[in-house]
Design a protein around this ligand. Structure first.
Ligand code: UFG
Length: 340
């Protein structure tokens, strides 16, 4: 059985669907702080299976221990998504981020140790590279000082896992996600828009839907071809599949050491305007946008070298930018219809 923390969240829910469809048994632990219990209905509709669910704050050691007491003997792996992820909020309230993201990681690892659960896959981020000197970045590219407390929690979490894994006999893989976008093809699960979106694609879809009047492109004076920032946008379904491949690598005993790290991106960099134009082409809908000033903390460009994941995980991104953008639009429309 696979314990999926944060399994009702955006990336977690897509991964749970892939796991269930591949025949894994899944138990979800989530505090529902940034997700909705109805995601379980959608998962059940898509897979025919309703995974076991525990509402728990994993930064609470006693509560975490109590849940693992109930499930520990059946579990052999954990995929740990549960974390706070808003960069701006982390700058406003760093202690909240360190407590939540790091305490919960340590609590989960301690319970895994106690219950002899040895396989671990962790949600890391390309944020650990900061603004790299050279693109694309490989896993050997040095990590840089993070731009935010959120970014710091990912880097520190990687260190905690790296240090603990050989000592505690964990087999651990950190997946460094680039920019996850898109939604399940069914339109039944996707990124839940809470308040005004910070991220580009939810802002684009909400502008297209008329919920936001104008998308602001944060700066067009960067040293890139069209002056806007470049990212590696990865379809969330491809990203979900990378977790299964990581789990398989661990289960098959193919790891070279107790702790490994993989970039999970497409290997292609797209600018903000590429995304806006790609959305218009994919959906036929115009996005009202204006050019605004740069956003504090944004890096100019980053995209992944994915060769290591391609080889070692036998995985590569299969869905392109336009497929991702039209799936986001499909999700946005479905979500609005259901919540009208
Ligand atoms: N952007 C806009 N307008 C918007 C929103 C975003 O122009 O309304 C631009 C940003 O300036 C950036 C690009 O779109 O150039 C992508 O921005 P996102 O906010 O979607 O994504 P980020 O690359 O900033 O954030 C991602 C992850 C974070 C992670 C961060 C680290 O979502 O979790 O990378 O760099 F911390």
């Amino acid at each position: 059985m696979v314990v999926v923390t944060g399994g009702t969240g955006y990336i977690g829910s897509h991964t749970v669907v892939e796991l269930l469809q591949a025949g894994y048994q899944v138990t979800i632990l989530d505090d529902l702080s940034n997700s909705n219990i109805e995601v379980l209905d959608a998962i059940e509709e898509l897979t025919g299976v309703r995974p076991e669910f525990f509402e728990v704050d994993l930064s609470d050691a006693a509560a975490t221990a109590s849940v693992f007491e109930q499930i520990g003997s059946e579990a052999d792996s954990t995929i740990h998504f549960a974390a706070k992820k808003a960069v701006g909020e982390s700058v406003q309230d760093p202690l909240l981020y360190y407590r939540n993201n790091l305490f919960s990681l340590v609590n989960v690892l301690e319970e895994m140790k106690k219950h002899d659960i040895r396989n671990f896959v962790f949600s890391s981020s390309c944020t650990v590279y900061g603004q790299p000197d050279v693109c694309p970045v490989t896993e050997a590219t040095p990590r840089k000082e993070a731009e935010s407390p959120y970014g710091n929690t990912k880097s520190m979490a990687e260190d905690i896992i790296r240090d603990a894994s050989p000592v505690e006999h964990f087999n651990s893989i950190s997946l460094r996600y680039f920019n996850p976008i898109g939604a399940h093809a069914s339109g039944k699960i996707g990124e839940l828009p809470v308040g005004i979106p910070n991220n580009l694609v939810p802002y684009v879809t909400q502008t297209a839907a008329g919920i936001r009047e104008t998308l602001t492109v944060h700066g067009n004076d960067y040293p890139t071809a069209d002056g806007t920032c470049i990212r590696d946008y990865i379809h969330v379904v491809d990203l979900a599949k990378a977790h299964l491949q990581a789990l398989k690598r661990i289960e098959d005993g193919r790891m070279d050491s107790a702790y490994e790290v993989f970039n999970v991106g497409t290997g292609n960099g797209y600018s903000v305007l590429d995304v806006v134009n790609g959305f218009e082409e994919a959906t036929g809908i115009k996005v009202n946008y204006r050019i605004g000033p740069r956003r504090a903390g944004d890096i100019t460009q980053v995209w992944a070298d994915t060769s290591l994941a391609n080889e070692a995980l036998n995985w590569k991104a299969e869905l392109g930018l336009k497929e991702a953008l039209s799936s986001s639009w499909n999700w946005e429309q479905n979500y609005r219809k259901q919540n009208a």
